[in-house]
Design a protein. Structure first.
Lengths: 83, 233
């Protein structure tokens, strides 16, 4: 069994209205050095396989078909064996 | 040909399914049924409507989970065979996620959920959904969405323009297209697009909410009527 940790990031060319709005909050807090706030997604789950390659293939599939939209997002992930 | 039969897909979280049914059955006197998202038969419908709402709570991305509902396999096959599909609001978002229409939808630029009447300019008057709508500078139809900010890369936009796939743009009530008339930040003021083959259309505004004269506006019904007439002829 593996623990997958997936990070899904919106491409830099695509506006992130949430990040922009949150950054306005930073300005109001007096945190004037905060730039380019982007809000992305972090997803965790387990993959019940014995073999790491099989887990990788399944996570890739999950990310490409459902978790990320390849038109606007990129993803990366790590797998950690759970004993 | 007989009157076309409409099928309205009901996903968990759809909430404009009954409004659309009401308009098609009671106002326009058409044959219409509901199709539960777990069934696979399209029951000989000629037009499939993906209605507005918040399918699966809009979790992950709008339309992302509904796109994998069992009925969607049949909807995609139906689209590829030339069947008419009309996605309204959340239905449009599902069509984007399913890859039946190009581009993506992101959060409104203002971050606000925007619910108000807008004006639409018909950019392509030759589609099955718009042919025959005459004498109008713009259509008055409401929007109600938090994620209606249409985005596509430059290559996709050029393709949309070259193939006349942009059907509706947000405009002012005299028909001029400008940033003040853009309610959500959509690129090029895009409110609705169609596929290259001309049988799959998606739009963010809700024509079913402006089809009953009791509500003081009926421009939305022109789209449903145009579709029926164009299928019959």
């Amino acid at each position: 069994m593996f623990k997958a940790k997936v990070l899904i990031k919106r491409r830099k060319t695509i506006l992130d209205p949430q990040g922009k709005a949150v950054e306005i909050g930073a300005k109001h807090l007096g945190l004037g050095n905060i730039k380019n706030t982007r809000i992305d997604k972090y997803i965790e789950f387990n993959v019940d396989t014995k073999n790491k390659k099989a887990a990788e293939d399944e996570v890739n599939d999950y990310c490409k078909k459902l978790l990320a939209n390849p038109i606007m997002e990129d993803f990366e992930f790590t797998l950690e064996e759970i004993k | 040909m007989k009157q076309p039969k409409f099928g309205i897909v009901v996903f968990p979280g759809s909430n404009c399914d009954h409004d659309t049914y009401y308009v098609l059955r009671k106002i326009l006197d058409l044959d219409v049924i509901f199709l539960w998202h777990k069934q696979s038969a399209l029951e000989n419908c000629d037009v499939i409507i993906l209605p507005g709402g918040f399918s699966y709570g809009d979790y992950l991305r709008t339309g992302a989970i509904a796109r994998f509902s069992p009925i969607m396999n049949e909807v995609i096959k139906f689209a590829n065979k030339g069947g008419y599909i009309f996605g309204i609001c959340n239905g449009f978002q599902i069509l984007l996620e399913a890859g039946l229409l190009p581009g993506v939808m992101i959060r409104n630029e203002s971050l606000n959920f925007v619910c108000k009447d807008v004006y639409l300019k018909i950019e392509n008057k030759k589609t099955a959904f718009t042919k025959g709508i005459e004498g109008k500078n713009s259509l008055k139809i409401p929007i109600a969405h938090g994620e209606g900010n249409y985005f596509a890369d430059e290559r996709t936009l050029i393709e949309l323009e070259d193939n006349n796939q942009i059907v509706f743009k947000y405009c002012s009530n005299n028909g001029s297209i400008n940033s003040e008339a853009n309610p959500n930040g959509s690129i090029m003021n895009i409110a609705g697009i169609i596929n290259k083959q001309g049988n799959v259309m998606g739009m963010m505004p809700h024509p079913e909410r402006s089809s009953d004269s009791v509500l003081g506006k009926t421009d939305g019904s022109l789209i449903f009527k145009a579709l029926v007439n164009n299928i019959l002829n």
